[in-house]
Design a protein around this ligand. Sequence first.
Ligand code: SF4
Length: 481
Amino acid sequence: MSAARAGLECGGMRSLVLIGHGSHLNGESAAAVYRYAELIRGRGLFDEVVEGYWKEEPSLRQVLKTTASTDVTVIPMFISEGYFTETVIPRELGLGHQGPVPEGGVARVLGGRTVRYTLPYGVHPSMRDVIVARAREALPDLDAGDTALVVLGHGTTRNENSNRVIYENAQALRESGLFAEVHALFLDEDPKVGTWPEKIRAPRVVVVPFFASEGWHTLETIPEDMGLSGDVTEFPDTPHGPQTVYYAKPVGTHPAVADVILHLAEEARGASERGGDEDRGWHAAWQALVSLARRGGRLGEVMIVPQSGVYEVRHALDEGRPGSELTTVVTPEGLRDLTRRDEGGNHRPVHTLRNLPRGWRAVLSEDDLLRGVHFLYPAVVEETYAHHCRSLRATPWPTTARRQTGIYARVQRATPEQVEHVASEVCAGCLRTRLWAGETLAQTFFAGVPGAIPCAEACTLLVAEVREEVSGKRGAAGHGH
Ligand code: SF4
């Protein structure tokens, strides 16, 4: 928790929001965004760094509410421009912008906040430094006399922009004179990666995958298509004689991506802007949580107990168990990592589902408690407090359905009975009360009812399940995410 979060900042506050895709099924995609958030938090350049996701919490619909300041820079953590960065994210954030984002980003005032939305990190020119850094890791003595570079992209016919960034990087690196040759090759379009022996003459070849993370393509498809056997592969007999291929790690996981993010944020700032103020609604919500914690109380499935200057958080069903029987963590991140999976080891994309694991306790300072609760129940404090103050607006299902595009547009065909049928299964396991379906919530956990948390809008898990229902793919255990 920064000084700003604790309310000590005098002005010019800025919040940085990193947006990831997230997943209903596994936690890996979110973990990559957490890592960058932690790296940037460590530099102390922003008053806060918050993560948001398409398919996890805080969701794109909620994430702006979870920011403490009125000057928010939002960076999509994607390697290229495309459907998510140009359509889904701006739409779900309510930016009123669709389509390509100009250099320098898009700025809008939303709910009293100045929100600056940037291009994805992968298209920033400084990514070429990351490509060179990856190449040097794979081949420390790379030399313009004998080393070729391959910038390797996925390539796709659906979005021309995804290959443009590969060509631009290849061109800039060609001009840099660092390599004897530079080639742009692709997995899914011409020139294909398998053609490298015809194209490359240099005896040493460094291949840098321009991918967001390690995965099926970087671990299986690329090595297979190129005939690689490991990090270094000797090819004694190619059309151009003996060649050695050095296979680098993907660019997206390099720590220098944190610098790229900071460049993007700086460029989005605008020359005359000084940053924002603390959001009063946000501050009031967290003050209410601090009051609850100081008295000791329950929130969802956990209990918070003040203990001589610090707070202990544990599952309410672990009340009375000796601390020696529980795993103890002392950081918000430790609490986050312990509660990302249920007791069966399944990922928890919706944190208010009643499947919080037991067997742990977190001992946190007051500042850390706020961040810990943010990880445990993202957006819950802000939304519940707004409901408490009668300022939370519910979005009825038809509005949510109309907003969907792409593969989710088909939820518009769901009958009210189908939606209710799916919700009766999915939401039955959730603490939240469906205001979006007309349910009412007279009191909240702020008034001492631990599980009373409003749901203002159908979450993406429910939308995905309704889509399965409409497609006839939803089995009896369809809500088993
Ligand atoms: Fe919970 Fe249902 Fe709301 Fe999703 S839609 S957050 S499952 S109540």
